[in-house]
Design a protein around this ligand. Structure first.
Ligand code: PRP
Length: 182
């Protein structure tokens, strides 16, 4: 059931407008889980949730995964308090993925800098395979080509918040995606 949510949301004087609603999100997340369940039916994947942004997408997606699997978390930070990717990606990870089939769960792929740095580090650990599931993708913003196998929604370059995504740590709790409107 869809909670009553406002059309607009304001953070530090910046106005955001509703872009993707709860029902649409729930439907798409379920679809992606079904595709992964089918693609990995012979495997036991390890899901790697990238904090903090992917907390909502990760927990919603995983509730629809019917495979035997494991969950790990990794902290990645590049935006700080701005609306632009800093290019300096800070990774904090202690994961054991050797010979495992890894599925990275990201909230958003924007420039692709975070993901390419993450993939480079993970590949050094010799996993059996690595794929990426990203809730949102902004293809027009890419600075580095990255292969994202499962994408929830492709969106325009505008800054977005909600469903785990923040503006200076605010707005993560919103159940929907909002886009900068001013
Ligand atoms: C966001 C997001 C991705 C990355 C995408 O993380 O969660 O990890 O930026 O941007 P990119 O493709 O331009 O690298 P952020 O640094 O905001 O940390 P957070 O998830 O804790 O908010």
């Amino acid at each position: 059931m869809e909670t009553q949510i406002p059309e607009f949301y304001e953070i530090y004087g910046r106005k955001f407008k509703l872009l993707i609603g709860q029902n649409e999100i729930a439907k798409r997340v379920k679809e992606i889980a079904a595709i992964i369940n089918n693609d990995y039916k012979e495997k036991k994947p390890t899901f790697l949730i990238i904090l903090k942004g992917a907390i909502f997408f990760g927990s919603d997606l995983l509730r629809h995964i019917s495979l035997e699997c494991e969950i790990e978390v990794v902290r990645a930070r590049s935006y700080g308090k701005t609306m632009k990717s800093s290019g300096n990606v800070n990774l904090d990870m202690k994961v054991e993925i050797e010979n495992k089939d890894v599925i990275i769960i990201e909230d958003i792929v924007d420039t692709g800098l975070t993901l390419s740095k993450l993939l480079a580090k993970l590949n050094e650990m010799h996993p059996a395979s690595i794929e990426v599931a990203a809730f949102l993708s902004k293809p027009a913003q890419r600075k580095l080509e990255v292969n994202v196998k499962y994408v929830g929604f492709e969106i325009p370059p505008s800054f977005v918040i909600g469903y785990g995504l923040d503006y200076a740590e605010k707005g993560r709790h919103l159940p929907c995606i909002y886009s900068l409107a001013d």
